[in-house]
Design a protein around this ligand. Structure first.
Ligand code: GLP
Length: 243
């Protein structure tokens, strides 16, 4: 595991964008696993900037997003499809046919989960998986639980996650109660993982995830077992580390 400490969120975003840019430059048809939430917004901003500067070409890149709320259509401005389109895809030369996000509107959750796993297998797996970190240690929407879920599945969101994500919705009642997420097995199968973490309020959970016991009650702790993890975090998020 390699940990890069940056001064602040902006420097973190620049660094994370550089890691993704290096991946795309070295392998133009990379499969990128992408994430939503507030953490990757700056990273996407710098990727867009590099594309506009003519440094990056996404024409052969394929993507698979980590997760999607259940019940939200693509047009809903809180769906992760909407997020990805507006914060990244529409600004770069990616072929939208090469982008993949679970379909939150399907009534048959098991069938959708199986379809999404098949999509990822069909892509040949993920080359570089970008991850944020939930306040309770979740990655994607893999909530703390008694076991690590392997493949894509539909989860009941924990009250703390609903609470954390209500800032994006008109009211807490509008936050979906379920979501589709890649499983821990899917995430761990990525050839490289880039974890980005910012802010003081994530300092303890980041420490627990990287230095504590590996347990499904802190889902991100499984990353300690992955052979190729890059962590980019700001000083505030790394304040519990002696670095
Ligand atoms: C959400 C997403 C995660 C994300 C996490 C942290 O629940 N499903 O993929 O990493 O929240 O979000 P933020 O970056 O906004 O703190």
């Amino acid at each position: 595991m390699r940990i890069y400490k940056t001064k602040d969120y902006d420097a973190l975003s620049r660094k994370a964008a550089s890691v993704i840019a290096a991946q795309v430059t070295l392998k133009p048809d990379s499969v990128l696993g992408l994430a939503t939430g507030s953490s990757p917004l700056g990273t996407y901003k710098y990727l867009i900037e590099r594309f506009k500067d003519g440094e990056l070409d996404f024409s052969e890149v394929k993507t698979a997003n980590l997760d999607e709320y259940r019940g939200l259509t693509r047009e809903n401005d809180q769906s992760y499809y909407y997020f990805m389109y507006h914060n990244l895809f529409q600004h770069i030369n990616i072929n939208m046919g090469n982008t993949n996000i679970p379909d939150g509107t399907t009534s048959d959750a098991k069938a959708e989960a199986a379809r999404y796993d098949q999509v990822i297998r069909g892509l040949g797996g993920v080359d570089l998986q970008l991850l944020g970190l939930g306040h309770n240690g979740h990655i994607g929407f893999n909530e703390p639980s008694d076991y690590f879920a392997m493949g894509t599945h539909c989860v009941d969101l924990q009250p703390s996650t609903i609470e954390a994500n209500k800032r994006f919705f008109a009211s807490i009642d509008d936050v979906p109660k379920q979501a589709f997420t890649m499983g821990i097995g899917t995430i761990m199968a990525a050839r490289k993982i880039l974890l980005i973490v910012s802010g003081n309020e994530k300092a303890q959970i980041l420490y627990d995830a990287l230095c504590g016991p590996v347990t499904s009650h802190v889902p991100a702790s499984i990353l300690q077992m992955h052979p190729n993890v890059i962590v980019v975090a700001d000083e505030a998020a790394l304040s519990k580390f002696n670095l």
